[in-house]
Write a protein that binds this ligand. Structure first.
Ligand code: G6Q
Length: 436
């Protein structure tokens, strides 16, 4: 119920329409303007309208239709668009413009470039109808862009951007893995939602995870959390979590407008195992900073080859054990290590980690994992008394960029009024364009 309205029928209506489109694209029935079947699906979106789709596509690639090619364009940097489309045949390409507001600078600029590319290549504005669909809350803006109402997939204001993967924003994921798998992912979300809602706190996974986060952050001064999935398909999961956690809980003002006298959200970062072991784990084991780690592992591999999975699991277990128990001076001495090296070979131990273990990376498992972190973020936000669902911190930079943008090309604004560093860069940039 949202504001007294039962929203479930609307949600299911959109899910059914998404499934209809997904099946058509997957079966080759969705034809482009020249009659060729669509084979390339390109999601254009940014932030919450990109990170969820790209993470879920990578995470569930094992289940994806390999006849289709998926690309994701987010950055305002044209390189993102150019590299994502350079080998695509426009006749076989469908763009999904994913934007809650349909007003975001990056997404609208990329969508406009995509529209120009299609019109230029297919030589007719009518082609837009066959090569663009939209996921948005803004019906008038979608129409204005030239996308047909039947090709628009709605969601609503009550779906926050970084919490939108299981709304219509997941359209590219549904096309990739099929409606049945998408529904299995939603079931996973639902199971974790129900667990969070019903299970007593001492057995409640998101509550325990949120409390552990507070324990390390506020009682041990940990500044960061490393997220270390021992599963290659989860390679974009740390990037996804960065937005979920840091945009939600990176706040210093409480909901009743007080300055928080305590630390709030830590920095999240990470890489899939075992790659990180050969890179930054040194600091986690022996550095001067405390870095709590979330290890994520699956007992069953989706790609069992020889003994790879045993080695992978041996490594994740070894890392957690090494962090927890370290190595004492006595153990180092027993290894007959030369005396002068002994201080370097001691591991203090007592460095905390959590081990999240599931059977297999299925769509349902991914849903549970994402929902676990969503509720854990919420738990922490409640205790820190901050609003985990706003993001005013992204505004100032946007407004300043809007002010600077015209100054870059207008030599008549002779001395832009910023700090000296900004002014100098603007002058240098203008010079590079021959403007002053
Ligand atoms: C997420 C944020 C933000 C948002 C993007 C894209 O919680 O609000 O990352 O998702 O700015 O916004 P649109 O979907 O409106 O283009």
């Amino acid at each position: 119920m949202v504001d007294g309205e039962n929203v479930v029928p609307k949600v299911h209506d959109v899910l059914d329409r998404m499934a209809n489109l997904a099946n058509k694209v997957r079966n080759g029935q969705w034809k482009g303007y020249t009659g060729k079947s669509v084979r390339n699906v390109v999601n254009i979106g940014i932030g919450g309208s990109d990170l969820g789709p790209v993470m879920a596509y990578e995470a569930l690639r094992y289940y994806s239709n390999r006849e289709l090619c998926f690309r994701f364009i987010s950055n305002i940097d044209a390189t993102d668009f150019v590299e994502a489309t350079r080998d695509l045949d426009p006749e076989e390409t469908l763009f999904i413009v994913s934007s809650k507001s349909f007003n975001t600078q990056e997404t609208m600029t990329n969508a406009k470039t995509a529209r120009e590319w299609i019109i230029h290549e297919l030589k007719d504005t009518d082609a837009i109808a066959k090569h663009f669909v939209a996921v948005s809350t803004n019906i008038p803006k979608v129409k204005e862009f030239g996308i047909l109402p039947e090709n628009m997939f709605e969601f609503w204001d009550w779906v926050g951007g970084r919490y939108s993967l299981c709304s219509a924003i997941g359209l590219s994921t549904m096309i990739a893995i099929g409606p049945e798998n998408f529904h299995a992912m939603l079931d996973g979300f639902h199971q974790m939602d129900e667990h969070f809602r019903k299970v007593p706190f001492h057995k409640n996974i998101p509550v325990i995870s949120g409390l552990l986060g507070i324990w390390y952050n506020n009682f041990f001064g940990a500044q960061t959390v490393a997220v270390l999935p021992y599963e290659q398909y989860l390679k974009r999961f740390p990037a996804y979590l960065q937005q979920l956690t840091m945009e939600s809980n990176g706040k210093h003002i409480t909901i009743d407008n007080r300055e928080t006298p305590y630390q709030t959200g830590p920095v999240y970062w990470g890489e899939p195992g075992t790659n990180g072991q050969h890179s930054f784990y040194q600091l986690i084991h022996q550095g001067t900073k405390l870095v709590p780690c979330d290890f994520i592992a699956f007992t069953e591999s989706l790609n069992p080859v020889d003994n790879h999975h045993d080695l992978l699991i041996a490594n994740v277990l070894a890392q957690a054990e090494a962090l927890a128990f370290g190595k004492t001076r006595q153990e180092a001495e027993e290894e007959k290590i030369p005396e002068k090296l002994i201080p370097h070979r001691i591991f203090q131990g007592n460095r905390p980690s959590s081990m999240i273990v599931m059977d297999k990376l299925t769509p349902a498992a991914l849903g549970k994992l994402v929902a676990l972190y969503e509720h854990s973020v919420f738990t922490e936000g409640v205790i820190w008394q901050i609003n985990s669902f706003d993001q005013w911190g992204v505004e100032l930079g946007k407004n300043l960029a809007a002010k600077i943008f015209p100054e870059l090309n207008n030599a008549n604004i002779s001395s832009p009024r910023h700090d000296s560093s900004t002014n100098n860069f603007i002058q240098r940039y203008r010079k590079s364009k021959g403007l002053s």
